[in-house]
Design a protein around this ligand. Structure first.
Ligand code: GLN
Length: 523
């Protein structure tokens, strides 16, 4: 599927209608879902209604914004009024929120067409989307592998063109790591840049919502729409939103503008050699573009992981106390109130969520609080100071997004610690509340995507977008698509005549794609 700007042009030139574009996305979802499982719920009727409203505006000669008529996928931990919101958990089975998150409201107001809610690790706890109580999502680049997590559904949906863009949440890397595993751009904004009103809380001092897209501009357009102060979120920042989209100049040169620091410690952390090599090449490329590159040291980073796995579960144990069988979703039987609470939670929460509630409750309990929680908060301050020192010298920090490429489904499920290790490079960013972006910078020998992480100063998302834009313009990694997804229904994506056919004979078109899919997926 084309980029937002290309689709926008087609819409205003009346080459295609928003309804046609929506039908195309829905048909693609229909075709790919049996293999990918990116979505927990597809909102076809609502999407077509939203598309119709955009078409009516165009027909009436009204001006439309860039996001109008663009298919978007939403992570299923963002509340959407009248549409089930499960957080990938049994405990929220059947929960239909009576209100919408600020982000989904803003996107709807911008005319974006929500095609569905995407799969995630239960309550966003995990790095592979395997902790979802409903289904595992496959990585479009290799269906036997995970798409990363916890926003794995959103990343897989975008990488396979089931949606043009998506929204995810990032508490310790959940936008950036799946973006890296799926070969797309993922941006975690500064803490407070985007309102979290209506985002189901995991760890409130870390959670942030952000975009995933196949181009820098697509991600910037979504960020533009969702950023900004919201009186409904006490942590949202009263800071002006810059023109992220307008500043993406066609021939941007890094030279003389931005200094880049390479975090030396991250290269000693058990990186897969191919990841290390590829990321180094990407940094050299930024140097060739004129960036002044220097090595910086952030010695406290190594303690980020243990600190996070105390702080995040502590906050989660408090946030998840509300799921008791009374207020939301699932209720299991019990002889009295206490046993009903107990059986609801035993049935409703999965193993990882229970593990974190136990760790968090333990860390916060009297007698252990100082040794664990307080200590972890002190480490958090040290990490923030490391960043402050580094940012006194440079404008942007770079490191790999993840130490490996996508791994096989089931490979790490028995060993939570090995899953936690994937977050080494993303977690410090959340602990310090900074913005960071993952961008595709190469493929490993198996053809799996590798991501480069750019970390910015507070509220300097513009720096990240500028550098990513310069890199994108001078490389072609972002143009690489998973082999199987570029062959399914691609003919439809190319021309309005075929889209119209798809609209009229949607099912026939889906069947036409099937043989290609079958042949392609036998690896
Ligand atoms: N993988 C990390 C965790 O399991 C990060 C999750 C997130 O960012 N939501 O907590």
């Amino acid at each position: 599927m084309a980029s937002i700007r290309e689709l926008h042009k087609q819409l205003i030139d009346k080459e295609r209608s928003a309804t046609e574009i929506t039908h195309q996305a829905l048909a693609r979802i229909e075709t790919l879902e049996p293999k990918l499982h990116s979505f927990l719920c597809v909102t076809a009727d609502r999407a077509l209604e939203q598309a119709k409203a955009v078409d009516a505006k165009i027909a009436a000669g009204e001006e439309i914004g860039l996001l109008a008529g663009i298919p978007i996928a939403i992570k299923d931990n963002l509340c959407t009024r009248g549409i089930p919101t499960t957080c990938g958990s049994r405990i929220l089975e059947g929960f239909v929120p009576p209100y919408s998150s600020t982000v989904t409201q803003k996107l709807a107001a911008a005319g974006a067409v929500m095609v569905g809610k995407t799969n995630l690790d239960e309550f966003a706890m995990g790095g592979s989307t395997e902790n979802s109580a409903y289904q595992g999502t496959a990585n479009p680049w290799d269906l036997s592998r995970v798409p990363g997590g916890s926003s794995g559904g959103s990343a897989a949906a975008v990488a396979s063109s089931q949606a043009v863009v998506a929204v995810g949440s990032d508490t310790g890397g959940s936008i950036r790591q799946p973006a890296s595993f799926c070969g797309i751009f993922g941006l975690k904004p500064t803490y407070g840049r985007v309102s979290r009103y209506g985002l189901v809380a995991f760890a409130s001092s870390l959670d942030q919502i952000g975009p995933l897209g196949r181009t820098v501009e697509d991600a910037a357009i979504v960020l533009q729409a969702i950023a900004g102060y919201d009186p409904k979120d006490a942590t949202s920042l009263k800071a002006e939103v810059p023109d992220y989209v307008g500043m993406l100049k066609p021939n941007f040169k890094v030279r003389g503008r931005l200094k880049i620091g390479v975090i030396t410690e991250t290269f000693g952390w058990g990186l897969e050699p191919v990841v290390e090599e590829t990321v180094k090449k990407a940094i050299e490329h930024l140097q060739d573009l004129g960036a002044e590159v220097q090595i910086v040291s952030c010695p406290s980073f190594r303690y980020g992981l243990p600190a996070y796995y105390i702080i995040a579960p502590s906050e989660a144990s408090a946030n998840l106390a509300r799921y008791d069988g009374v207020k939301y979703g699932l209720r299991a039987e019990g002889d009295n109130l206490l046993s009903m609470y107990g059986s609801t939670r035993a049935l409703g929460f999965g193993a990882e969520v229970k593990r974190r509630i136990m760790i968090g409750t333990y860390a916060l309990s009297a007698g252990y609080y100082d040794a664990y929680y307080l200590k972890a908060q002190k480490v958090r301050t040290l990490i923030k100071q490391d960043f402050d020192r580094a940012f006194a010298k440079v404008d942007i920090l770079v490191c790999p997004t993840a130490p490996t490429t996508a791994f096989k489904a089931g490979e790490k499920t028995e060993d939570p610690w090995s899953m936690y290790l994937l977050d080494l490079m993303t977690i410090p960013v959340n602990l310090a509340g900074l913005p960071a972006l993952s961008m595709p910078c190469g493929l490993d020998e198996k053809g799996l995507p590798i991501g480069l992480q750019l970390i910015g100063k507070v509220l300097r998302e513009d720096h990240l977008l500028e550098v990513a834009n310069a890199y994108e313009q001078t490389t072609s990694w972002h143009l690489k698509t998973p082999r199987f997804s570029c062959q399914i229904g691609w003919r439809c994506a190319r021309g309005s005549a075929i889209s119209a056919t798809a609209r009229r004979h949607r099912w026939r078109w889906v069947r036409w794609a099937a043989p290609t899919r079958a042949r392609d997926l036998t690896n």
